[in-house]
Design a protein around this ligand. Structure first.
Ligand code: URA
Length: 238
């Protein structure tokens, strides 16, 4: 049994405080009877809860794409820095979304959020090798030798070995890099290992998803088709 106001806020209806007002209007019924007390206990599996006549479902699955700006850390709390959670509207936070993986504080770009633990696990698992594509500005100009070193599997300055990756030089001081793992500061460290210190980094794609014009700092919910696609590409055993 859980409190009615908890059930309603978990379903994303409104915050606990807003719910007090909503409940007063007798818009919420349990098994057909109006209930105005948020502390009222309900059994989500057995009781029929409605809001203005519509059934209140359990928390729905939410998957979001954020175009992360620089200056935010990808954790749910931080004692010093602003976190990406500050960029998510309250209503979606109440659905329990958390970041899927990380982008460094100074990295911009595509960052997924979800309240679907299974999907998050699949996307992060190195076994699924989801490709992540980055645009980097860096010191010097990358060339064929750098691309070959990436393809062979780079050794970082601390001796860590990376899986084969793709570096595509775009011109003086600019490259596109595609990796299938998510080591700490991976792209910056890979480029540093080749003598090309990264000065700007943006994730442009994760698997089949791209930023596709999403403005910096904005977010959008993925469609059911996009979510299905993510499940399909992570079907391999893990
Ligand atoms: N590689 C990095 O160096 N930083 C990121 O944020 C992501 C990949």
């Amino acid at each position: 049994m859980i409190r009615l106001d908890k059930l309603l806020s978990d379903a994303g209806l409104a915050s606990r405080r807003e719910l007090k007002t909503i409940l007063k209007t007798a818009a919420v019924c349990v098994n057909g009877r109006p209930v105005t007390d948020g502390a009222f206990k309900v059994d989500p599996a057995a009781d029929r809860v409605t809001f203005r006549g519509e059934p209140v479902e359990g928390p729905r699955r939410v998957v979001l794409m954020l175009h992360k700006p620089a200056g935010y850390v990808s954790s749910t709390e931080d004692p010093r820095d602003r976190t990406v959670m500050e960029l998510i509207p309250e209503l979606l936070l109440r659905q329990g979304v958390v970041p899927v993986g990380r982008l460094d504080k100074e990295t911009e770009g595509l960052l997924l959020f979800t309240n679907d633990g299974e999907l998050a696990h699949r996307l992060i698992s190195p076994k699924h090798g989801i490709e992540k594509r980055y645009y980097a500005r860096h010191e010097g100009t990358a060339g064929e030798a750098d691309a070959a070193a990436f393809a062979a599997g780079l050794e970082l300055r601390d001796g860590t070995r990376c899986l084969p990756a793709v570096l595509r030089p775009l011109g003086p001081g600019e490259s596109e890099i595609t990796v299938t793992e998510g080591k700490y500061h991976q792209v910056r460290r890979m480029m540093a290992a080749r003598g090309h210190t990264v000065t700007y980094l943006r994730r442009e794609a994760e698997g089949p998803l791209t930023l596709c014009g999403l403005p910096l700092g904005e977010l959008r919910e993925l469609t059911a088709e996009e979510i299905e696609l993510l499940y399909n590409i992570t079907k391999a055993p893990n």
